[in-house]
Design a protein. Structure first.
Ligand code: URA
Length: 204
């Protein structure tokens, strides 16, 4: 007798995807990486954070945002009552670009399907991009992050909230207070969307 198919959980799908990412050789970043960094966090997260690409510590550990920028991200999350375990954190490219240069267009394109699948499996209410390159890839907009940060963009399946990259405040400490202001918009959005259920009906 045919066995009933048990649907795979989001956690199973993400784990299968993470194995594919670790084995990936779609672009030249595979030749220079130590570890691919698929991303980590809750498979049922209401919020996803998408950064630019792994840095040195992330390449060494295989984990996203565990270097100095990650410490600031943890502080920002904590300021609105969230922990890393509540969210899912990943990047537009899963392998470190040499000397932390910005990911090249071909590298972004090669990695884009992985991010698309992660969004599809997690189905976040809010997706926060960190920095200009992540906004360009996820939002499909070349509008500068200095104009868009903290402003919600309704997408078909989630709200997009562009944020400055945490590393920006490491270079320009004046941005720190802006980042703490912008993240309050995430708290406001979550409180609002949780009040109205999964919130999908209200997005365009
Ligand atoms: N910067 C990023 O964009 N991503 C990381 O994972 C770490 C630093």
């Amino acid at each position: 007798m045919a066995q009933a198919q048990v649907p795979l959980s989001a956690a199973d799908r993400l784990e299968t995807l993470a194995r594919m990412i670790r084995a990936c050789s779609r672009c030249p970043l595979a030749d220079t990486r130590t570890n691919a960094v698929p991303g980590e966090g809750s498979p049922g997260a209401r919020v996803m954070f998408v950064g630019e690409g792994p840095g040195q510590v992330e390449d060494e550990t295989g984990r996203p945002f565990v270097g100095p920028a990650g410490q600031l991200l943890d502080e920002l999350l904590g300021s609105i009552g969230l922990a890393r375990a509540d969210v899912f954190i990943t990047n537009i490219v899963k392998c470190r670009p040499p000397r932390n240069r910005a990911p090249l267009p071909d590298e972004r394109e090669a990695c884009k399907p992985f991010l698309g699948k992660q969004i599809q499996f997690i189905r976040p209410l809010v997706l926060c991009t960190l920095g200009g390159p992540a906004l360009a890839v996820v939002g499909g907009t070349e509008n500068s992050i200095s104009r868009q940060h903290g402003t919600v963009i309704p997408k078909r399946h989630y709200r997009l909230l562009p944020l400055y990259h945490p590393a920006a405040a490491l270079h320009n400490p004046n941005l720190r207070s802006t980042q703490f202001d912008d993240i309050k918009e995430l708290r406001r959005l979550l409180d609002m969307l949780e009040g109205e259920g999964r919130g999908a009906s209200a997005v365009t």
